[in-house]
Design a protein around this ligand. Structure first.
Ligand SMILES: CC(C)(COP(=O)(O)OP(=O)(O)OC[C@H]1O[C@@H](n2cnc3c(N)ncnc32)[C@H](O)[C@@H]1OP(=O)(O)O)[C@@H](O)C(=O)NCCC(=O)NCCS
Length: 197
């Protein structure tokens, strides 16, 4: 387990990834309210019924920050021109003989389709396979999610196949396309290969 690489802030042009803070609560709730219908189809849901109330943003943020300090995840806010517009969470960082992580993301619909999340995903992948020396980065995308499939394909991730009923999304188990990028296949940084939109 490694904690040498967190906290970190990554920037390219107008796009910055910085650690999530508990004080992001108000902006996060504002964005989630405004984007409810845009995000529902792609949101992770709880597979098992629970009597517990859903955790608050602050509880989730505190837990993620604690796990991040232990090197298990990286909860990033995506900023565009200095404003919080989305999130990118690196999850399941595994060391040892695997050295792998995966990540998920969402963006405010009003600033979508400007290349922001492609840039954010490039920045974080460069960091995971570069300074952090992971071997494999994985992204799982529902086949129906055209923008997200385009995003990973455009970054040069390799399509490995379909994992049937892989994740519980929008209240059911959903098939996912599995994409990966290995460190030996990264010949130059992804950020240096980005074309402007
Ligand atoms: C997936 C998502 C994060 C992409 O963010 P973004 O900042 O808009 O992405 P980019 O602008 O970098 O675009 C990525 C690709 O998707 C395409 N795209 C973006 N919005 C699109 C839309 N509404 N319809 C069709 N294609 C779209 C872009 O044109 C681009 O493809 P290109 O390289 O061929 O031009 C965003 O659509 C989103 O938040 N969706 C809802 C949540 C979600 O799906 N999360 C991911 C789960 S795996």
């Amino acid at each position: 387990m490694s904690t040498d690489h967190w906290p970190v802030t990554l920037t390219h042009g107008d796009v910055t990834l910085r650690p999530l803070r508990t004080s992001d609560s108000r902006r996060w709730q504002e964005l989630r309210r405004a984007n409810e219908s845009w995000l529902t189809e792609w949101e992770a849901t709880a597979p098992l019924p629970s009597q517990e109330p859903a955790p608050t943003f602050r509880q989730v943020a505190r837990r993620m920050r604690k796990d991040a300090r232990r090197g298990l995840c990286m909860p990033f806010v995506v900023e565009y021109k200095g404003e919080f517009v989305g999130q990118l969470n690196v999850n399941n960082i595994v060391y040892g003989a695997l050295r792998e992580a995966n990540f998920g993301y969402w963006i405010d619909e009003s600033v979508s389709d400007r290349g922001i999340m492609t840039t954010a995903a490039a920045l974080v992948t460069d960091y995971l396979l570069g300074p952090m020396q992971l071997h494999r980065v994985e992204i799982a995308v529902r086949p129906e999610n055209l923008p997200s499939n385009r995003l990973v394909q455009r970054l040069g991730f390799h399509f490995e196949g379909i994992r049937p009923r892989f994740l519980h999304i929008n209240h059911d188990w959903r098939d996912h396309n599995i994409y990966s990028l290995l460190s030996e296949n990264l010949t130059s940084t992804l950020v240096s290969q980005l074309r402007s939109k």
